[in-house]
Design a protein around this ligand. Structure first.
Ligand code: S0N
Length: 277
């Protein structure tokens, strides 16, 4: 579909666009079924940070480039096994990393709505990436699964515990222990995705959902996201939720009075603010 996306910046492994309150980040390594290497993750992190800082952006679409030369699609096939070293994925600097974990945390805590648009394979660490997005819309050709125990890896963080929150303990254990692949309707049935649409409608559907969200209150959405996270994320989740309480307090006259009094070198006067029941 033609949405007049404007390219934001040139990257090697990803594409990054914006238009009308929506950012679109595309993993662009079709020769590897959009597997990520450290460079890919650094670029994704950079684009997400840009979208976070842009006050016009409320929704971020995360997707994979496709179709590929053989007609297949992929959202992301996880860590690039061809650069997997002894202690992680090795970049051009020779350093082994698992920096996708940083990206996972950023996607979860960014105070904007992240929607995964999944066409084709969402496998391994690519499956975890869609999982941690706030919403997932699947194309009818989407394929979901974990491969860790088959390829000698596992994600015991969000990839295990949050998956179990989403699909339940039994199903999450099945997904990891058997390493099967699941189609879009099976994913819908287990609550892993929000909707399934024909592949050619995937982006349009994502844009429709984004526009609906953009018509809502930014602070309400922000607080809800942190509230959902707080339920799973322990003290880090509470920090995020409480940060929003502080933000709201700063926005009140009562909060501003404390700062103003300090700057004016006088005692604060909170008399006109009630002790609400
Ligand atoms: C995606 C699959 C099912 C697609 O199959 P299909 O359509 O038959 O295509 P292929 O012919 O297999 O692939 C086309 C070309 O793409 C290359 N390729 C595909 N996936 C990868 C990949 N992940 N890494 C490197 N190359 C890949 C193929 O090699 C092929 O290239 P050519 O044509 O040159 O031969 C199928 O491709 C598949 O099963 N892929 C592998 C999926 C997988 O196992 N991914 C890795 C899983 N693990 C992780 O993602 C780790 C994540 C991580 O970083 C992490 C995070 C937290 C904690 C721990 C970890 C950890 O390291 O485990």
């Amino acid at each position: 579909m033609n949405f007049n996306w404007e390219k934001v910046k040139e990257y090697q492994d990803i594409l990054y666009f914006k238009q009308g309150g929506i950012a679109k980040i595309v993993i662009n390594r079709p020769h590897k079924r959009n597997a990520f290497r450290p460079q890919t993750v650094f670029e994704l992190y950079d684009a997400f940070c840009d979208a976070r800082e842009d006050q016009k952006i409320g929704v971020i679409l995360l997707t994979g480039a496709g179709p590929h030369t053989d007609g297949k699609y992929a959202f992301c096939s996880g860590g690039d096994q061809s650069v997997r070293g002894k202690a992680g994925y090795v970049g051009n600097d020779g350093v082994p990393r698992l920096n996708v974990l940083d990206l996972q945390r950023l996607i979860r805590t960014i105070p904007k709505v992240v929607i995964a648009l999944v066409a084709g394979y969402a496998i391994g660490g690519g499956h975890v990436l869609h999982l941690i997005c706030d919403l997932s819309i699947a194309a009818d050709n989407a394929v979901f699964g974990q491969t860790g125990p088959k390829v000698g890896s596992f994600d015991g963080g969000f990839g295990a515990s949050y998956l179990a929150r989403v699909v339940g303990q039994k199903k999450a254990r099945e997904i990891w222990f058997l390493c099967r692949q699941y189609n879009a309707l099976e994913a819908l049935d287990m609550g892993l995705v929000n909707k399934v649409v024909p592949v050619e409608q995937l982006e349009a559907e994502g844009i429709d959902w984004a526009k609906e969200i953009l018509a809502k209150s930014p602070i309400a959405i922000r607080c809800l996201k942190s509230a959902f996270n707080a339920d799973c994320d322990g003290q880090a989740g509470l920090q995020e939720l409480a940060g929003n309480a502080t933000l709201l307090y700063y926005l009140t006259e009562e909060g501003a009075e404390g700062k103003q009094a300090f700057l004016e070198k006088r005692p604060p006067n909170f008399d006109e603010y009630p002790w609400l029941p």
